[in-house]
Ligand binder design. Structure first.
Ligand code: C2E
Ligand code: MG
Ligand code: MG
Ligand code: MG
Length: 273
């Protein structure tokens, strides 16, 4: 009880300072029931292949529609879920939904079948059975493993010793692995050179910088590096046509962002093609 009181009343809480203080413990129990109450939703954000202007895949992004708080951002509750290990059931929920969505896209005749990229965080990667669970979910629906991509954020890669083994397992199973938020974490390029990613996702900060000569030069160098590593590049946070045009001229493979499309429900994906 002392612990609860301390935590609720002290500056140990993160985030909100308004009267409705951000109560971690309460939020944790609410997240637990959110899973049962179906308050979590997986949205899909389209990823366009720049050369063909076709939607090649989607990134799965979780949303929490809280009955009183409204929409809670994943940047708020994913960290909480990690700290409390709730990330494991949350991650499994996302995985199940993503596989069901692939089945639905296949059933509706979407051909070639798009890939769906799934974000995985540190705690999930610590779970030795994660990849097996992914493969089991795919196999029971007869889905090809190369339609599933996992996104690992850059800062995590530098802190995780098992990452090379994990990449090898994904690759032998046929799954793709993308390095997320490239350019935001550390400036050490060593792991990028030794680890065998299929795709590199350029953080939106760099996309935003495309309008400046320095930003443009830097992204040109990153595109060249990506090609030299035999990776594909996805630019994140593409919001205007000038950015897309610059990326096209630089030879970037894919674009993702509000210009291409916002994260939407599967229903909307099916309705708009
Ligand atoms: P992320 O993987 O880097 O995802 C990209 C974020 O950028 C998403 O925010 C997306 O909605 C946003 N975004 C996309 N296009 C644009 C754009 O043109 N402009 C701007 N300003 N923003 C754009 P979101 O959905 O709030 O997700 C935030 C982060 O939460 C994600 O960053 C990811 O790290 C994490 N996350 C989301 N879903 C999951 C999940 O299912 N599992 C795990 N472990 N993490 C997740
Ligand atoms: Mg991501
Ligand atoms: Mg990202
Ligand atoms: Mg990002």
């Amino acid at each position: 009880a002392t612990l609860t009181g301390d935590a609720a009343g002290s500056g140990a809480m993160e985030g909100r300072d308004e009267s409705g203080a951000f109560d971690k413990i309460r939020l944790e129990s609410e997240l637990r029931s959110a899973l049962d109450r179906d308050e979590l939703e997986v949205r899909l954000q389209p990823i366009m292949q720049i050369a063909t202007e076709r939607i090649a895949g989607y990134e799965a992004l979780i949303r929490w529609q809280h009955p009183e708080r409204g929409q809670v951002s994943p940047t708020e509750f994913i960290r909480l879920a990690e700290e409390t290990s709730l990330i494991v059931p949350v991650g499994d929920y996302v995985l199940g939904r993503v596989c069901d969505m692939l089945v639905e896209l296949r059933r509706r005749g979407r051909s070639p079948l798009p890939f769906i990229a799934l974000n995985v965080s540190a705690r999930q990667l610590d779970d030795p059975a994660l990849i097996d669970r992914m493969l089991a979910q795919l196999a029971k629906r007869s889905l090809p493993a190369d339609r599933l991509e996992i996104e690992i954020t850059e800062s995590l890669v530098f802190n995780h010793s098992q990452i090379a083994a994990l990449l090898a397992r994904c690759h032998s199973a046929g799954m793709l692995v993308a390095l997320d938020d490239f350019g935001t974490g550390y400036s050490n390029l060593g792991p990028v050179l030794t680890l065998d990613f299929d795709r590199i996702k350029l953080d939106q900060g760099f996309t935003r910088a495309l309008g400046t000569p320095r930003g443009l030069a830097l992204v040109r160098a990153i595109v060249a590096m990506t090609a030299a590593l035999d990776c594909e590049m996805i630019a994140e946070g593409v919001e205007d046509p000038a950015q897309l045009q610059a990326l096209r001229e630089l030879g970037c493979d894919y674009a993702q962002g509000w210009l291409v499309g916002k994260p939407v429900s599967l229903q909307e994906v099916l309705e708009t093609g």
